[in-house]
Design a protein around this ligand. Structure first.
Ligand code: FAD
Length: 464
């Protein structure tokens, strides 16, 4: 499998031309993932006369955009940090922008005739599997309300209601939100690429950018001169311009089962194809695909030095762990065959929240740091970058996640140097796994469980 299950189900297409010559364009974009493609789309929508080229190291969707878990969230990571401190009116306006992402994506899909199996089943978020998790998750819900979300946006779902939607082992209840849909990301990224090409954008594949000079870039055999440059490399940012000090590559791994029989779905539910995650601190997430497989992702990974990981194979032992977690969460799937396993790198900002940035003086516009919540966010941030580049003030450009270089320098935190990052990652992994193991033991409350919960909570506060 070259990229992911998503691409495996699509017909193969011939590679696009690479950058072999010297070209001049108005806007050069590095990276043909969702950020680059949405930015190109909205630029051409508003200013068809602009010449835009996207230079991609591998192929369209090679990065996280072609590998993710398919949650299209009407929200961004760390949104509360940005919005909760605003006046109530501005705070609501911010959330309206975020909730509106799914409607906007649906409008474009309709207008451009892109089919990506979108289903609007909402999300079952942080479903508790152990009584010890309940208090923390309910307090998380209170935190969401304190940050400005309403009961309509995020509400408690008790065990009874949960079991009507999704039948997981020991489901004690969780948070429900309508602000999420699921998609087939391979179809979306390919559909968008074809669409921007129809609008006149040039996409050059197999063209790793090796150097950036101002707004010009070089590849092994070509050069692109531009007035505006948009680095949209997210989890691959170690390759360019020292962005990796701010956006660190973190891995996530996913498995897919064979298409499940109707009787198996009868047992585990998910008729409306909701996105789901469990209440563990080491995130477990998934959804039911349009072709009736269970898509199941779990836990992160980090390579020493923030290196990007390129190889993932179903035979890796770490996929076995995901399989075990899936069967534990859904016991009726003991015999279900896992047919695919893949992974990818996402970009994590030190404040765990994304940013959009434009510097008219240098002509560089960028967005990233989405964490594991970039599928929807890239649409909003692509629209925002287009507004910024075109010099158009809009409700989007006034959002608190939009920075000038000066405000960005102030707000931005660098990642700690190695080996601190590596040691912190290992400590988090060990402590959170320890907490999980303790909870899994059936015996009632114990001092050790309380101690584990309190220690992990403290650690979470510290790193955020
Ligand atoms: C396994 C996994 C699961 C995820 N699940 C979800 C989810 O369910 N929901 C959600 O909202 N988010 C999820 N995410 C995150 C989401 O996929 C990303 O935030 C989003 O796709 C980022 O898009 P992007 O265009 O910014 O970056 P990418 O899609 O990573 O694109 C960057 C592109 O830049 C190219 N590139 C890098 N360096 C160079 C260079 N030097 N020259 C030229 N090109 C270069 C890369 O090849 C790549 O194609 C997940 C991520 C992963 C990895």
């Amino acid at each position: 499998m070259a990229i992911s299950f998503w691409f495996d189900t699509l017909p193969s297409t011939p590679a696009r031309a690479s950058l072999q010559q010297e070209l001049n364009v108005d806007v050069a974009i590095i990276g043909a993932g969702f950020t680059g493609l949405w930015t190109a789309y909205y630029l051409k929508q508003q200013a068809p006369q602009l010449s835009v080229a996207i230079v991609e190291a591998e192929q369209v969707g090679f990065g996280a955009s072609g590998r993710n878990g398919g949650w299209l969230i009407g929200g961004i990571a760390g949104e509360g940090k940005y919005l909760a401190r605003l006046e109530p009116e501005a705070c609501r306006a911010g959330y309206r922008q975020l909730y509106g992402i799914i409607d906007e994506v649906e409008r474009v899909l309709e207008r451009e005739q892109i089919d990506c199996d979108l289903a609007r089943g909402g999300m079952i978020y942080a479903a508790a599997r152990y009584p010890e998790q309940l208090k923390r998750i309910q307090s998380e819900l209170r935190g969401l309300h304190a940050d400005g979300h309403t009961e309509e946006d995020f509400r408690w779902m008790d065990a009874d209601e949960l079991s009507k939607q999704m039948r997981m082992h020991n489901g004690y209840g969780g948070i429900y939100s309508p602000h999420c849909a699921v998609i087939q990301p391979g179809k979306l990224v390919r559909g968008l690429a074809d669409c921007v090409e129809r609008l006149g954008v040039q996409i050059l594949e197999n063209s790793p950018v090796t150097a950036v000079e101002g707004t010009d870039l070089r590849t092994a055999q070509g050069r692109l001169r531009a007035s505006i440059l948009v680095p949209a490399t997210e989890g691959f940012s170690d390759s360019l311009m020292g962005i990796n000090r701010y956006v660190l590559p973190v891995q996530s791994l996913i498995i897919a089962t064979e298409p499940l029989a109707p009787s198996q779905w009868e047992e585990i539910g998910m008729e409306r194809r909701p996105a789901f995650s469990d209440g563990g601190r080491l995130t477990t997430y998934g959804h039911r695909s349009a072709d009736n497989r269970l898509i199941f992702g779990a836990r992160g990974g980090y390579c020493f030095g923030g290196k990007v990981r390129h190889r993932f194979s179903l035979s890796d032992p770490e996929f076995r762990l995901r399989e075990e977690l899936m069967r534990e969460l859904f016991p009726p799937l003991q015999q279900a065959r896992v047919t695919h396993g893949w992974g990818g790198s996402l970009g994590m900002a030190r404040n765990f929240a994304p940013f959009a940035l434009f510097d008219p003086a240098t002509g560089i516009a960028s967005a990233g740091g989405y964490g594991g919540e970039g599928v929807g966010a890239t649409n909003l941030f692509g629209r925002t970058l287009a507004d910024l580049i075109l010099g158009q003030e809009s409700e989007r450009t006034r959002m608190p996640w939009v920075f000038t270089p000066a405000s960005h320098r102030q707000a931005l935190r660098r990642w700690e140097p190695e080996p601190i990052r590596w040691l912190t990652y290992r400590t988090i992994l060990s402590l959170f796994s320890w907490e999980d193991r303790l909870y899994r033991r059936q015996s009632g409350p114990s001092l050790l469980k309380t101690l584990a919960g309190a220690t992990c909570q403290q650690l979470e506060r510290l790193i955020h």
